[in-house]
Design a protein around this ligand. Structure first.
Ligand SMILES: [Zn+2]
Length: 317
């Protein structure tokens, strides 16, 4: 199944192929796990297909699936962190070999790992490509791409998946439906957290710790700190779970109980919401959001966490 965004990309290329208005170079950008590689799989079929539809069944499509179609070159990073220039030189040579069909499709995965030297080597090729060449670069982060390259490619941004699309591709029990929100529209994240058996424990710890903190004496911040430090390997998930829980608390305090995401924690939500004005609930939500970013950067983790807990205690008095 493809997301609406992936379908849009395939349709774009279908249309451009049919009307002969293909550009020479594209960048498909979007966060890691949003489904760029899957979209590229479809493009491979589209370019290789004997029927011109990407049917998946003809000899052209089958050869593309097996990676045995010489008109399709796909570079992937493998275990490495960065592309080596030798691979790009080899690629340039291959691009200049005439294709069997009308086009030669060159897909470069993880283009954000190309580095300046590789990009400069590619630049010449993208500036004056052979007429048959179509480059598709898949990129997590456009800031890593040189402006000289960016100015010569058409950028297609892949938006996050809609919740309905995520539900269709990865059906989950009601008790786990909060994972759709935790995934933030990223199908890769969703599949990974859905198979993460520890995650629900981590979430319980984060929420329980918060609930205890809310009713504790001022010294409770130190207990919370201990609980969080024990789980510091999963800090990002703890913060994510807390932020989502607090967003639910805000919903309850605004009288929108039906919109709550983590329905299994509704009692905890209501207990906290009962002690807060909507304004204070909003403050907490904002705090969780801003702290997630800060704590990610902060070197002194204990101090950053303590500050967050103290601010929480200030809001819930
Ligand atoms: Zn086909």
């Amino acid at each position: 199944m493809l997301s609406a965004q992936q379908q849009k990309i395939v349709s774009h290329f279908k249309g451009a192929l049919a009307s002969d208005t293909l550009r020479h170079a594209y960048i498909i950008s979007g966060s890691s796990g949003v489904g760029k590689k899957r979209a590229a799989d479809e493009l491979q079929l589209l370019f290789a297909c004997n029927e011109g539809t990407g049917c998946g069944n003809c000899t052209g499509c089958k050869s593309a699936k097996l990676g045995a179609n010489s008109d399709i070159i796909r570079l992937s990073l493998g275990e490495k962190n960065v592309y080596e220039i030798a691979r790009i030189r080899e690629l340039i040579k291959k691009v200049h070999e005439k294709p069997k069909g009308k086009h030669k499709l060159i897909i470069i995965e993880d283009a954000h790992c190309l580095g300046q030297i590789c990009q400069n080597a590619l630049l010449k090729l993208i500036e004056e490509p052979p007429g048959y060449a179509v480059f598709v670069l898949l990129c997590d982060n456009l800031f890593t791409i040189l402006p000289t390259v960016l100015s010569r490619v058409m950028t297609i941004e892949m938006q996050p998946w809609k919740k309905k699309e995520l539900e269709a591709i990865c059906p989950l029990d009601l008790s786990k439906s909060y994972l759709y929100d935790l995934a933030e529209g990223n199908v890769g994240t969703l599949l990974s957290i859905a198979s993460d058996s520890e995650l629900s424990k981590v979430r319980d710890t984060a929420i329980d710790s918060f609930v205890r903190l809310a009713s504790s004496s001022p010294y409770g911040v130190y207990d919370a700190l201990d609980e969080w430090l024990v789980n510091k390997e999963r800090l990002k998930d703890m913060l994510g779970a807390l932020a989502l829980f607090l967003a639910d608390v805000l919903l309850v305090s605004l009288g929108r109980k039906d919109d709550v995401v983590g329905t299994d924690k509704i009692r905890e939500c209501e207990a906290i919401a009962a002690r807060l004005s909507p304004k204070a609930a909003l403050k907490l939500t904002e705090l969780a959001g801003s702290q997630t970013e800060r704590i990610g950067r902060n070197e002194n983790l204990s101090m950053a966490l303590l500050t967050m807990f103290m601010k929480i205690k200030e809001i819930i008095t």
